[in-house]
Design a protein around this ligand. Structure first.
Ligand code: C2E
Ligand code: MG
Ligand code: MG
Ligand code: MG
Length: 274
C-alpha cells in the first residue's frame, strides 16, 4: 500500500514536471517570434536625485505582451531567453529601441539599459553598441549599461576586457542589484563601474530594521570611498527616501518616484522646459 502510494506520488510529480517543461518550451517557441509579432515593448522608470527628486534619467525595462497570455514578467521570460540564447537578439532590440527613444528627448537625460551575461560575453557586443550609438545619434555619455555581479563571475578576465572597451566608447557602467548573489567588494574596485545600485531588498525595511540600515550605510560609505555615486532601488515610502537623503545617497528609483510606464507618460520630463 505504501508502495502504491509512493508510485502515485511519483506519477503526479512526473506529470507536473512534464507539464512545466512543455509550458516552458511553448514560451521559448513563442518568444522566438515575439519581436516580429511586435509583442515586446519598453517601459521607463525614472531615476531621481534624492535631494530634490529631480529626474536625471530613466531605466528601460522590457515587457512581453503575449497574444494569448497577456503580460509575462521579465523575471519569467528573461531567464528563458538567456538559456536558449535568444537574449542576444532581444537584448540588441532593447538597446536599439532605448537609444533611439532617448536620442529623441529634448532634455539630455540618461537612459539605463540592462545587459545580460551572455551579451557582455558575446564577441559582437561592443561593436553592436558602437553601431547603435552611431545609428541613433545618442551621445554615448547618456547611455548607462546595467550589469549584475553574476555577469562578471563566469569569466572575470573577459568581463574586464569588455567593460574597458565599452568605457572607451564613452558609455557608463552601473553595477545592478548590488548586495545580492555573488557580492564581492573587490568587484567594485577591479571593474570600471561608474555607479552602484543597491538592491531593493536592502531598502525595504531600512526604517524598521537596524541591520538593513547598517548595510545601506556601509554601501554608501563604500561609494564615498571609491568615489562612486550610489542609487537606491525599490524606494516605496517617504520614510525610505528621507533616510536615503539624510545619509547622502545620491539617487533613488522606485514606485514613490515613479512606476515603470510607457514613455508617453513622461513627456513633460523629456521635452525641453519652457
Ligand atoms: P532590475 O534591473 O533590478 O529592475 C528593477 C526592477 O524593480 C523592475 O522589475 C522594476 O519594475 C522593479 N521596481 C522598481 N521600483 C520598484 C518598487 O518601488 N518596488 C518594487 N517592488 N519593485 C520595483 P521588472 O521590470 O519586473 O524587471 C525585473 C528584472 O528583469 C530587472 O531587474 C532586470 O534584471 C530584468 N530585466 C528587465 N528588462 C530587461 C532587459 O531589457 N534586459 C535584461 N537583460 N534584463 C531585463
Ligand atoms: Mg536594472
Ligand atoms: Mg536592479
Ligand atoms: Mg533587480
Amino acid at each position: 500500500r505504501a508502495k502504491a502510494e509512493g508510485r502515485g506520488t511519483y506519477r503526479l510529480f512526473e506529470a507536473v514536471m512534464g507539464e512545466q517543461m512543455r509550458d516552458r518550451r511553448r514560451l521559448e517557441h513563442d518568444l522566438r517570434f515575439a519581436i516580429a509579432r511586435q509583442e515586446l515593448s519598453l517601459v521607463y522608470q525614472p531615476l531621481a536625485r534624492t535631494s530634490d527628486r529631480e529626474v536625471v534619467g530613466f531605466e528601460a525595462l522590457l515587457r512581453w505582451n503575449h497574444r494569448e497570455r497577456g503580460s509575462i514578467s521579465p523575471a519569467t521570460f528573461i531567464p528563458i531567453a538567456e538559456e536558449c540564447g535568444l537574449i542576444l537578439q532581444i537584448g540588441e532590440w532593447v538597446l536599439r529601441e532605448a537609444c533611439r527613444e532617448a536620442a529623441g528627448w529634448e532634455q539630455p537625460l540618461s537612459v539605463a539599459v540592462n545587459v545580460s551575461a551572455a551579451q557582455l560575453h558575446s564577441q559582437q557586443f561592443v561593436q553592436t553598441t558602437r553601431d547603435i550609438l552611431a545609428q541613433t545619434g545618442l551621445p554615448p555619455g547618456r547611455l548607462e549599461l546595467e550589469i549584475t555581479e553574476t555577469a562578471l563571475i563566469r569569466d572575470p578576465g573577459r568581463a574586464l576586457v569588455m567593460l574597458r572597451q565599452l568605457k572607451e566608447l564613452g558609455v557608463r557602467i552601473a553595477m545592478d542589484d548590488f548586495g545580492t548573489g555573488y557580492s564581492s567588494l573587490s568587484n567594485l574596485r577591479a571593474f570600471p563601474f561608474d555607479k552602484i545600485k543597491i538592491d531593493a531588498s536592502f531598502i525595504k525595511s531600512v526604517n524598521l530594521n537596524r541591520q538593513a540600515a547598517t548595510i545601506v550605510r556601509a554601501v554608501l560609505g563604500l561609494g564615498r570611498g571609491l568615489e562612486l555615486p550610489v542609487l537606491a532601488e525599490g524606494v516605496e515610502t517617504e520614510e525610505e527616501l528621507a533616510f536615503l537623503s539624510a545619509e547622502s545617497c545620491q539617487q533613488a528609483q522606485g514606485y514613490l518616484l515613479g512606476r515603470p510606464q510607457s514613455i508617453q507618460m513622461f513627456q513633460h520630463l523629456t521635452r525641453a522646459p519652457g
